[in-house]
Each structure stands twice: as structure tokens, then as C-alpha cells.
Design a protein around this ligand. Structure first.
Ligand code: ATP
Ligand code: MG
Length: 289
């Protein structure tokens, strides 16, 4: 695998929000006045002709999609259209699903992720995942964040733990109770702890499968703010059923429809304001799905 490339300073972070509300959904501005993208245009993950079968059933069909560095990519679509399946393909979690058969190509920084010489466990250290339901370990807050570092045989320092908790916007709430059980935190705090646990090992990509769907509006809003901040440093791919959330926090949006077809993938603004495909418009406006 190629080593993580050290990047120059991120491109302009002029993230002026605009209130463009066609279809009644506000879309964050992701281009500058000249129409140039604010995020990086480097591709981190490429999927080519990706098909996934569970036994005879095809869950993804011929998906071609590039995920860009230090952007938030949202994946939306009706239940069962293959969103989680897609996410699991891009850190090889589908390896753990016996019935799953993945065909086609997934590249991570140009390297074939399904190549014979790739260690999926090592890969998952660089492409972390956060799930729908917060799943902290029944350990202390500190030990939860330290977990990945310990598993990898890396040094655990108080500084690393603090940095991860700060990056996950949780530090101020837990700094005086690091030795207490993670299970005593609220759901929203537990989810931010899981994000801290994921980022403590310094991954390049963070995959999130409906990370806020089990949370109340305040906790959801904290997670959304956090995702926005994380995208300055990490590449974030998020599955969500919440259309407003996708519009608010993502740079690009991929719309999957039933049968595992990627129907449209473009700048979030374009998808929510003027999609090419009528089915996307119907889905976004609630006429379908
Ligand atoms: N482990 C599995 N074994 C067999 N079939 C599966 C498995 N996981 C998913 N599927 C099937 O693959 C299809 C896509 O499922 P997937 O979980 O990716 O959808 P999704 O878009 O994430 O849905 P949701 O929004 O409900 O989470 C569905 O038809 C589902 O029944
Ligand atoms: Mg799912």
C-alpha cells in the first residue's frame, strides 16, 4: 500500500453558507465565486464497476464513484438500496459477511484494495467506521479512546487521548471523568466517543452509517457540526436517511435507488437543486421511496 501522502495546506476554507432553498432544502455552499470547488479534488477512493451479490441477490450494480479527499460525501437512497453495502465495500467489512460476493474494483490511494497483498485489518485502520448505534466498549472513557492504539501496539499518551476527544468535540464534557465508564454517557456523547475512538488511530477516511439517526436533535446537530470540522482533516463518507442533513453537511451526494443502482452522483448543490434524473427529484421531494 502506498504511504499516506503528506498534503500541503488545505485549499481555501471559505465556507460561506448560502440560503438556496429550491425543493425547500438548504444547501451549504461548496464552491467559491468563480465556481471552483472549495474542497480538495484528489480522489482517495475509486470504485469501478462494483457489483455486490448476497447469494443470488444483487445488492449493488455497476457502481462507479470517486470519493474525494477532505470532503464530506453523503450517500442517500431508500431502505435496502445498498448504502450500507457500499460503505462496507470500501473498508472490506463485507469480507466478514459470508454471503457477500464483491466484484469490480475498489482503489484506495490508487492501490487495489482487494489485491492479494492487502491486509484488511491494516486497511481498516486507515479507513475507520462509525455505526448507527453507538457501540462503546464497557470500559472507561479513556480506555475506549486508547483501544485502537493499544490493539495496534502503539504508544498511548494522555495527549493523544485528549486530542481525539477534542477533535470529537467531547473533551469539555468528559475531561473530569475519563476513568468513568463509557456506558454512563448519554447516547449522543457515546456516539462522539465512538468518533473519538475512530480518529484516535489517525485514519484517513471515516465511514459513518447513519451516525445520528438514533440521536435527538441537539445531539444530531453536534454530530453534524463535528462532521463539518472533521472534513478539514479527514475524508468523510456518511450514509443518511435525513435529506436535510445530507444537504447541510455534504459536498457531494450520491443517490442510490432500489436495486443498488447509483442513479446520480454530483455536487450536493446540484443534486438538491437541479438533479438530472427525475427519479432523484422524486426521491428528494418525497414522491418516491
Ligand atoms: N448480510 C446480508 N445477507 C443477505 N442479504 C443482505 C445482507 N445485507 C444486506 N443484504 C441485502 O442487500 C440489499 C442492500 O442492503 P443494505 O443493507 O446495503 O441497504 P441499505 O441501503 O443500507 O438499507 P437501510 O437504509 O435500510 O439501512 C438489501 O436487499 C438487503 O436485504
Ligand atoms: Mg443501511
Amino acid at each position: 500500500m502506498s504511504e499516506k501522502e503528506l498534503d500541503d495546506e488545505p485549499d481555501s476554507t471559505d465556507e460561506e453558507a448560502v440560503d438556496s432553498s429550491l425543493m425547500g432544502i438548504d444547501v451549504a455552499k461548496t464552491t467559491d465565486e468563480d465556481g471552483d470547488r472549495i474542497g480538495s479534488t484528489e480522489t482517495v477512493i475509486e470504485t469501478r464497476n462494483l457489483d455486490v451479490y448476497y447469494g443470488e441477490e444483487r445488492a449493488l450494480q455497476d457502481v462507479n464513484m470517486d470519493i474525494h479527499e477532505r470532503e464530506v460525501t453523503a450517500i442517500i437512497g431508500p431502505s435496502g438500496c445498498g448504502k450500507s453495502t457500499y460503505l462496507r465495500c470500501i473498508n472490506r467489512m463485507n469480507d466478514l459477511v459470508e454471503a457477500a460476493n464483491v466484484e469490480g474494483e475498489v482503489r484506495f490511494n490508487g492501490t487495489d484494495m482487494y489485491g492479494d497483498d492487502i491486509d484488511p485489518v491494516a486497511l481498516r485502520r486507515r479507513i475507520g467506521m462509525v455505526f448507527q448505534h453507538p457501540n462503546p466498549f464497557p470500559k472507561s472513557i479513556y480506555d475506549n479512546v486508547a483501544y485502537g492504539l493499544r490493539v495496534q501496539g502503539r504508544k498511548v499518551t494522555d495527549e493523544k487521548i485528549e486530542r481525539a476527544l477534542r477533535d470529537a468535540a467531547l473533551w469539555d464534557e468528559v475531561k473530569d471523568q475519563l476513568d468513568e465508564s463509557a456506558m454512563d454517557l448519554s447516547g449522543g456523547q457515546q456516539q462522539r466517543l465512538c468518533i473519538a475512538r475512530a480518529i484516535a488511530v489517525d485514519p484517513e477516511v471515516i465511514l459513518m452509517d447513519e451516525p445520528a439517526s438514533a440521536l435527538d436533535p441537539i445531539a444530531t446537530s453536534k454530530i453534524e457540526d463535528l462532521i463539518d470540522d472533521l472534513a478539514e482533516e479527514y475524508t468523510v463518507v456518511i450514509v443518511t436517511h435525513n435529506m436535510q442533513q445530507a444537504a447541510r453537511i455534504s459536498d457531494r451526494t450520491a443517490v442510490f435507488l432500489t436495486g443498488g443502482e447509483l442513479v446520480e452522483y454530483d455536487d450536493t448543490e446540484k443534486i438538491f437543486e437541479n438533479p438530472d434524473d427525475d427519479r432523484v427529484e422524486d426521491y428528494i421531494t418525497g414522491k418516491f421511496g
